[in-house]
Design a protein around this ligand. Structure first.
Ligand code: NAP
Length: 275
């Protein structure tokens, strides 16, 4: 067990990367609270945790709403009496969104969830962690927080902001024994990249094609991110704070990235930049 006697709150824990983190943390001994807007998927995660012998609760809510963010932390504290790990994983994306083409409502929505949401949930969680003089916060950022993508204006801005918010929190709360780190994955096969599909395109087939652009020959799996989060959450990372841990199958090791079917280079040329 790498997370014995720990309690973890995982935002966006009903699907994709968040669900993998919830299930793997639970197997490693943590008691889990998952949050998100859709109750049904949260309950599926909790059921999977229970089936595997773990303990979990679902807290429905929207990270961008102050009252919901406060309630996520309060409910976790009421249920378990402690909060040791916060994974800020909830996030959304809009594509074909340059500064001139993005709807202002979409800009606000992405920034409100991906950046303000992290700020809000962290604000309430940190109040508990400061009292306990320990904690680990893991922000699921993106390689889109490190490099620009065509047509990703709000997503790039939100994840770039998240990377520096991570460093700020690492500095401000190190004195309380709280570590704050970011994970920056490239393309991971979850519901999120389904929005990349062209009409009629099969997801599994597209994942195979996209994978050819990665030096390691495949896109990421939710578990790849979950095991990195497990390391950062555990005592094994007790000297690690303020980092951006890049998980990308090697794609950012080359500059420029390999060409071909990599969607970043092909998908957005044209419409995103239409004025
Ligand atoms: N997949 C990738 O290629 C990739 C790459 C790099 C980084 N990431 C990041 O990884 C994180 C997880 O994404 P994913 O790939 O696992 O996609 P996903 O399956 O779409 O997960 C996103 C989760 O966030 C939740 N969420 C969205 N808005 C929310 C809100 N306002 N309040 C609470 N929960 C909210 C969603 O649940 P509800 O809709 O029910 O609220 C969903 O469970 C995101 O931050 C994403 O930016 C993904």
């Amino acid at each position: 067990m790498r997370l014995p006697d720990r309690v973890a709150l995982i935002t966006g824990g009903g699907t994709g990367i968040g669900r993998a983190i919830a299930e793997i943390f639970a197997k490693e001994g943590a008691r889990i609270a998952v949050t998100g807007r859709r109750k049904a998927v949260l309950e599926e995660t909790v059921e999977a945790i229970r089936q595997a012998g773990g303990e979990g609760i679902a807290i429905q809510g929207d990270v961008s709403q102050i009252a919901d963010a406060e309630r996520m932390v309060r409910t976790t504290m009421e249920r378990y009496g402690q909060l040791d790990i916060l994974v800020n994983n909830a996030g959304v994306i809009v594509r074909n969104a340059s500064v001139t083409s993005v709807a202002i409502e979409d800009w606000d929505r992405v920034l409100n969830i991906n950046l303000r949401g992290v700020f809000l949930v962290s604000r309430f969680a940190l109040q508990e962690m400061v009292k306990a003089r320990r904690g680990s916060i893991i922000n699921i950022s993106s390689t889109s927080g490190l490099f620009g993508d065509f047509g990703f204006a709000p997503y790039n801005a939100s994840k770039g902001g998240l990377n520096l918010l991570t460093k700020n929190m690492a500095l401000d709360y190190a004195r309380y024994g709280i570590r704050v780190n970011a994970i920056c994955p490239s393309l991971v096969a979850t519901p999120m990249p389904r929005t990349r599909l062209k009409p009629g395109e099969d997801f599994e087939q597209a994942v195979q094609e996209w994978g050819k652009n990665f030096p390691l020959g495949r896109v990421g799996r939710p578990e790849d991110v979950a095991y990195a989060a497990l390391y950062l959450a555990s005592d094994e990372a007790s000297w690690v704070t303020g980092i951006e841990l890049v998980l990308d199958g090697g794609i950012t090791a080359s500059h420029p990235p390999s060409s071909g079917t990599w969607p970043r280079l092909t998908e957005h040329s044209g419409s995103a930049l239409d004025l």
